[in-house]
Design a protein around this ligand. Structure first.
Ligand code: NAD
Length: 469
């Protein structure tokens, strides 16, 4: 179903700007026309057949050598993530290493996850389960973890024998171009991984093409639109969407430096621009003032600045539009009676999309910082008295991506992890985000899973073949 009203001008360009240096222009990239999008889809269909035919062992080999090739260019990817979307360099480096490790895990485990399995056998017949690729997958992705979005949306799909046409967010065209060029300089088979460039319009055109599966990472609002497109074609879709993840702090916790540091970074890493970041903090009323004040004191010690400077702890947001939305959400909270412990403003000495980490209490459920996803450095903190109240507050969201609990009582922690309605949950210093663990959301946080064995299941069709002996 194409949209005839959309006409993309030939030679139109996406301009990339630096959010840490007054939006100075970094470069631009040509927007793909509808004809170019169609041509990439055609190339992908052609290449996919051969890619499937070479078999799993060969595909694993290709992905391993792509890993080696991407690793050689790691420093440039790190730099480009920092330049274009503002991720501090040290974080950019460690995040990249984490995603490269995911790629290795996927290669190491593809055979186990995707090999045929005998389901039934007797004297006269054998029934076997066979994993097959869907065909061509359109991947439409966000901007907040550029390298990670690529590994997470494509690597398992490629290993399974699918071909990819990827469109990144319009916020990071230069990163996308560099990734495309780097892959083209490797010996990866041509036409299997393809890129197109543009904003929502190009994303919409891509989703309308002859594709067999759609993978989307981005906001729940866009996810809903794409779900409708997939429904009209009756193709499967995997949706990795927004979140408003809660963390609960019980009264037996001591509010020491380690806990404050843990809570702070659960919220403010990457300037609070990550889907499964802690977005609402629920603290026992006896600790509410202490936690809020200690977090505010800690926040004021963090160095905000140029992401390319290795000392920088908090970079800018990706773009001015993110700041504007954040300011509206914070203003709404303050107008409705929220108390500001720190932040609530742009730092005066910096020119770009910078915003100070902001801590808010006196939160009520009618405030946007409570009911909406806040994709920037603000943390609403609310108090509770009883277990039931804490769980009710934590689950009081349209989203269900993740959640955390802090208590020394292990039985209580386990009860909370089981009572929270979300895809990934953690207690204290434990981490759910690992290569082998599936990742995805409940409710408006998504449909389907990426990573781990469940990620392979998501992007393969299963076929049963029964034959006589
Ligand atoms: P977004 O929905 O605005 O855009 C995401 C992508 O979709 C971009 O490439 C954009 O060009 C494209 N797009 C927008 N409208 C479209 C349309 N109508 N048709 C086709 N394509 C369209 O989201 P964003 O602001 O780029 O990213 C931030 C959001 O992504 C947050 O909500 C965040 O929580 C979420 N996110 C989720 C995960 C996850 O794994 N669950 C990971 C990263 C980000």
């Amino acid at each position: 179903m194409s949209q005839p009203a959309i006409q993309l001008k030939a030679n139109a360009r996406l301009t990339s700007t630096n959010p840490a240096r007054g939006y100075e222009v970094l470069g631009n990239v040509e927007i793909s026309t509808e004809i170019e999008v169609k041509s990439k889809i055609k190339d992908a269909h052609k290449a996919q057949k051969a890619w499937h035919k070479i078999g799993l062992d060969q595909r694993v080999k290709h992905l391993r050598s792509l890993h080696t090739h991407l690793t050689k260019h790691k420093d440039e990817f790190v730099k480009r993530q920092s330049l274009e979307m503002g991720m501090p360099k040290t974080l950019s480096n460690s995040i990249l290493e984490g995603f490269l490790a995911d790629l290795v895990w996927n290669c190491d485990n593809a055979k186990n996850c995707l090999s045929n399995k005998t389901l039934f056998e007797d004297d006269s017949e054998v029934n076997e389960l066979v994993y097959e690729p869907y065909g061509v997958i359109a991947c439409i992705a966000a901007w907040n973890f550029p390298f990670g979005n690529f590994i997470q949306s494509t690597s398992q799909a490629l290993l399974a024998g699918n071909a990819i046409v990827m469109k990144y967010s319009e916020e990071i065209p230069l990163f996308s171009k560099y990734l495309e060029e780097t892959i083209s300089l490797s010996n990866f088979p041509e036409g299997v991984i393809n890129f197109v460039y543009g904003d929502a319009q190009v994303g919409s055109i891509l989703a309308d093409q002859d594709i067999d599966f759609l993978t989307f990472t981005g906001s729940s609002e866009t996810g809903q639109k794409l779900y409708q497109k997939a429904a009209s074609k009756l193709i499967p879709i995997a949706l990795e969407l927004g979140g408003s993840s809660p963390a609960i702090v019980f009264e037996d916790c001591s509010i020491d430096d380690a806990l404050i540091e843990n809570l702070f970074w659960k919220r403010f890493l990457n300037s609070a621009q990550f889907c499964d970041g802690m977005k609402r903090l629920i603290v026992h009323n006896s600790l509410l003032e202490e936690v809020s004040e200690k977090l505010a004191i800690y926040a004021k010690t963090k160095l905000i600045g140029d992401p390319l400077d290795e000392k920088t702890e908090l970079g800018p947001l990706v773009a001015e539009r993110q700041i504007i939305k954040l300011e509206e959400q914070i203003k709404d909270a303050l107008d409705k009676g929220a108390r500001l412990h720190c932040g609530g403003r742009r730092p005066e000495s910096l020119n770009g999309a910078f915003y100070e980490p902001t801590i808010l209490t006196n939160i009520t459920k009618n405030m946007r910082v409570w009911s909406e996803e806040v994709f920037g450095p603000a943390l609403p903190i609310i108090g509770f008295n009883t277990y039931e109240e804490a769980i009710e507050l934590a689950n009081d969201t349209e989203y269900g991506l993740s959640g955390s609990v802090f208590t020394n009582d292990k039985a209580l922690a386990r009860r909370v992890l089981l009572d929270l309605k979300a895809g990934s949950l953690q207690h204290g210093n434990a981490h759910f985000y690992r290569s082998q663990n599936p990742f995805g959301g409940y409710k408006k946080s998504g449909i389907g899973r990426q990573k781990g064995e469940a990620g392979f299941d998501e992007i393969t069709q299963i076929k049963v073949i029964a034959w006589e002996k």
